[in-house]
Ligand binder design. Structure first.
Ligand SMILES: Cc1ncc(COP(=O)(O)O)c(C=O)c1O
Length: 408
């Protein structure tokens, strides 16, 4: 009864989203996982359907989510310490698995220290809550992920203390750096490593080149931050992501265990002092339960596999399958955005046609995401394909064959 009025108002707001074409479709429910068999990679079952689906829309780039070693590690940790931490980290909710994972991920990305979070989303919020003060200025790419934009809002960055440059536009970044207002004492230049809807990457080497001349200008310096959630573990010969690809590592790295490493959780990696400040100041670290030991143990196993000969083989296979797919898309005369990353957009450039294409693929057992107006500007309508290390050569060939028959 008491919710009646609010319900009515909220329903009107959701109806508005529907009428604007911004509402999310009903969620499909995965009911089954069919392990790989011979030349056929894993398949999925969905509620209400009795056919098998290939996922071309998962972030699990190394395909470790169902790996028996990760499952065994999670199982062992759970049997040892239980399913929940019982408290937040600073009230005796810190277990050996949390600390071990922090050390391991810091070493993996080449930083002195790291803090882990429930997600990369909350890691970005934590970073902003830690760094932001009245004298901080933020500069970011216009296509930065929602969690970076939200992080600036939550940490109350005033409008005149932030500047957004057009996507990967280094001239505009240089202008913003030159025009930082008087009185600023610290500057943060923040960008996605891989832009998840496009599969292209931030030219970190170029960004650092623009930042370098300004480093001594401010009392607390300039900090470069990459959120490489789609890059770490997913590409670069050794899985170090955009830093490895561009040959340049920014001051701070934010990432996730929920994509290439196949589990859940996020992290910030940087200096010891930064990480201790995060521990002391960041609400999304202090006031919320940490990841379960099961998540930590599985993520640790995921990082270890990535950082091994097997990991490098998986990355090489992923690269080969990505190239196969990209070549196939080109041969079909379809448009994409070039890049080495397993996110492969196919630009359809029409909302109705994108919807039809995504539906056609679904009816033929292929799961992909469609981005249509008004979520993306008119003319930029896209389907996003994601390759992972469990896709086989014949899987990719089969998907391309299905794509080639669209509209025929
Ligand atoms: C750049 C970026 N940051 C953060 C996230 C969120 O990651 P998580 O699921 O770990 O919060 C994503 C995922 O979509 C992302 O693309």
């Amino acid at each position: 009864m008491s919710l009646q009025k609010l319900d009515r108002a909220l329903k009107a707001e959701v109806d508005q989203l529907v009428s604007e074409g911004r509402a999310k479709a009903p969620e499909r429910i995965i009911t089954g996982f069919i392990p790989p068999q011979g030349s056929r990679g894993p398949r999925y079952r969905l509620q209400g359907s009795d056919r098998d689906y290939i996922r071309m829309n998962a972030n699990s780039y190394l395909s470790l989510s169902n790996d028996p070693r990760l499952i065994a590690a999670a199982d062992k940790a759970t049997h040892q310490f239980g399913v929940g931490p019982g408290a937040v980290r600073f009230i005796d909710g810190t277990f050996t698995h949390h600390v071990e994972l922090e050390k391991r991920i810091a070493a993996f990305v080449g930083k002195p220290a790291a803090k882990i979070f429930n997600s990369a989303y909350t890691a970005n919020l934590a970073l902003a809550l830690t760094i932001q003060n009245q004298q901080t200025h933020w500069i970011g790419d216009e296509l930065n992920h929602n969690c970076i934009i939200r992080a600036m809002r939550i940490s109350n960055v005033p409008r005149d203390h932030k500047a957004i440059y057009r996507h990967n536009n280094m001239e505009q970044l240089a202008e913003h750096l030159a025009n930082i207002p008087e009185g600023i004492e610290r500057v943060v230049v923040i960008f996605d490593g891989i832009f998840s809807m496009r599969g292209d990457f931030a030219p970190i080497d170029q960004i650092e080149k623009r930042v370098q001349p300004h480093r001594e200008r401010f009392r607390d310096g300039i900090v470069t931050v990459v959120d490489d959630s789609h890059g770490i573990g997913a590409y670069g010969k050794n899985g170090r992501g955009t830093s490895e690809h561009t040959g340049t590592t920014p001051d701070v790295i934010v990432g996730t265990f929920g994509k290439a490493f196949g589990v859940n959780g996020g992290f910030i990696a940087g200096s010891e002092a930064l990480i201790e400040a995060v521990r002391q100041k960041a609400d999304t670290y202090i006031y919320t339960n940490p990841l379960s030991v099961a998540d930590c143990a599985a993520a640790l196993e995921g990082v270890n596999i990535c950082d091994s000969e097997e990991g490098r083989e998986r990355l090489a296979h992923l690269k080969a399958r990505t190239e196969q797919f990209r070549r196939g898309v080109e041969a079909l005369g379809m448009e994409s955005i070039p890049g080495p990353h397993p996110v492969v957009p196919v630009l359809v450039r029409d909302t109705a046609r994108t919807r039809q294409f995504v539906q056609y693929l679904f009816e033929n057992g292929v799961l992909v995401v469609g981005l249509t107006f008004p979520v993306v500007p008119k003319g930029d309508e896209t389907m996003r394909f994601q390759i992972n290390a469990a896709h086989t050569e014949s899987d990719i060939a089969a998907v391309l064959e299905i794509m080639g028959k669209f509209g025929k």
